[in-house]
Write a protein that binds this ligand. Structure first.
Ligand code: PMV
Length: 323
C-alpha cells in the first residue's frame, strides 16, 4: 500500500441559487480551485491534518469517532465505505490542502470529501469512480449540511457544468469562460449560515407569492439564455444575465450591503456583470470581466478589503494525482 493523492474541484453557482429551492433550475460549474488529499498508510491510527483549518486531529479506527467535530463528515464517510462498500479501515495520515476559502459557498466540504474518498479507496488499490464516489461523498455532505441537494459533491466528482433542479435532477452541460474574459470570485469574508438566508427568502416568497412567483419564473428563464450565451461565448449577454439575476436575488432578500458594494465596485471598474453566488448576505460574489480590465477590477476590490480569485470554469472533476 503506497501513498495516494487525489484532488477535486470546488464549485460556483452561476445562476439560480434560492430559486432552485422552490423547484426552479440552477446552473453550477466546477472551478479551478481544488482540494488535494494526500494519504499515507501509517501504523499510528487515523490522523487528519488541514493547515487551512488549523486542524490536526484523529479518527478512532475502531469506533470511527472523530477527535474533532470538523472530522465528523470524514468519519461518517469511512463508516459508509466500510459498511456499504466493504473497504477495510486502515491507519493512515491524511493531509488536506485546499485552495478554496471555507464557508464562502464554494463547496469546500464536498471537494474535501470527494478527494479524501478517492484517495482512501485508491490506497486499497480500488479507487471509487462515478456514481459510487458521488454516493459515498454525499454521506459526508449529509453529516456537514443536513439535507443538501447533492449538487456540490456531484460536480466535485464529474466536473464541467451541471443544470440542476429538484424535480429534474442533474444534467451535464459544457461551460467555458468566453475568450478574452475572466471570471473573478470575490470573497466578502462575511460568514453567513445558508439555512438562515434560505428561511428568510422563503418567508418573503410565501408572503408575496402571487407577485414573487414571477421573479422565480424570470430566474428560471435566465438558465436557457445563459446556456445559449455560454455556447456562443457571448460575454456581453452573460454579463447582462448576471446583473439581471442579481436584481432578482436582491428582490427576494438574498443580497446585503457588502455584496452590493462588491458588485458595484466590480461593475464600475469594468465588469460586464456581477452577482452574489451561493446563499448571499455574505459569502462570495462572481464577476465577468474583460481580460484587460481585470487588474483594475481586482485592484479596486482589494483596496476595499475583498479577497479576489481569478478562476477557470468547467474544469475536470475528481482525479488521482502523482504521489
Ligand atoms: O452557498 P451554498 O453553496 O450553500 O448555496 C446555497 C444555495 C441555495 O440555493 C441558496 C440553497 C440550496 O439549498 O440550494
Amino acid at each position: 500500500m503506497g501513498v495516494a493523492v487525489a484532488s477535486a474541484p470546488g464549485k460556483v453557482i452561476l445562476f439560480g441559487e434560492h430559486f432552485v429551492v422552490k423547484g426552479k433550475r440552477s446552473l453550477v460549474a466546477a472551478i479551478g480551485l481544488r482540494v488535494r488529499a494526500h494519504l499515507r498508510p501509517s501504523g499510528q491510527g487515523i490522523r487528519v491534518r488541514s493547515p487551512a483549518l488549523g486542524m490536526d486531529s484523529w479518527i478512532d479506527p475502531a469506533s470511527l469517532e472523530p477527535g474533532d467535530p470538523r472530522l465528523a463528515p470524514l468519519a461518517r464517510l469511512l463508516r459508509f465505505l466500510r459498511d456499504e462498500y466493504g473497504y477495510s479501515i486502515v491507519g493512515h495520515e491524511a493531509v488536506i490542502e485546499s485552495m478554496l476559502p471555507v464557508g464562502a459557498g464554494l463547496g469546500s466540504s464536498a471537494s474535501t470529501a470527494v478527494a479524501y474518498a478517492l484517495a482512501y479507496t485508491a490506497l486499497h488499490g480500488d479507487p471509487l469512480e462515478g456514481e459510487r464516489l458521488i454516493r459515498a461523498s454525499y454521506e459526508a455532505e449529509r453529516e456537514a449540511h443536513g439535507n443538501p441537494s447533492g449538487v456540490d459533491n456531484t460536480i466535485a466528482v464529474v466536473g464541467g457544468g451541471l443544470v440542476y433542479s429538484r424535480t429534474g435532477g442533474f444534467r451535464r452541460v459544457v461551460i467555458r469562460v468566453p475568450r478574452g474574459h475572466s471570471f473573478l470570485i470575490i470573497d466578502t469574508g462575511v460568514p453567513r449560515r445558508t439555512r438562515d438566508v434560505v428561511e428568510r427568502v422563503l418567508a418573503r416568497a410565501e408572503a408575496t407569492w402571487p407577485a414573487a412567483r414571477h421573479v422565480y419564473e424570470a430566474a428560471d428563464a435566465i438558465i436557457d439564455l445563459a446556456l445559449e450565451a455560454f455556447e456562443r461565448g457571448d460575454a456581453g449577454l452573460l454579463g447582462e444575465l448576471m446583473d439581471l439575476n442579481q436584481g432578482l436575488l436582491s428582490a427576494v432578500g438574498a443580497s446585503s450591503l457588502v455584496i452590493e458594494e462588491a458588485v458595484h465596485t466590480a461593475r464600475r471598474h469594468g465588469a460586464l456583470g456581477a452577482k452574489l453566488t451561493g446563499a448571499g448576505w455574505g459569502g462570495a460574489v462572481i464577476a465577468l470581466v474583460p481580460k484587460e480590465r481585470v487588474p483594475g477590477v481586482v485592484g479596486a476590490l482589494e483596496e476595499r478589503g475583498y479577497r479576489v480569485y481569478r478562476v477557470d470554469l468547467g474544469v475536470e472533476g475528481a482525479r488521482l494525482e502523482e504521489a
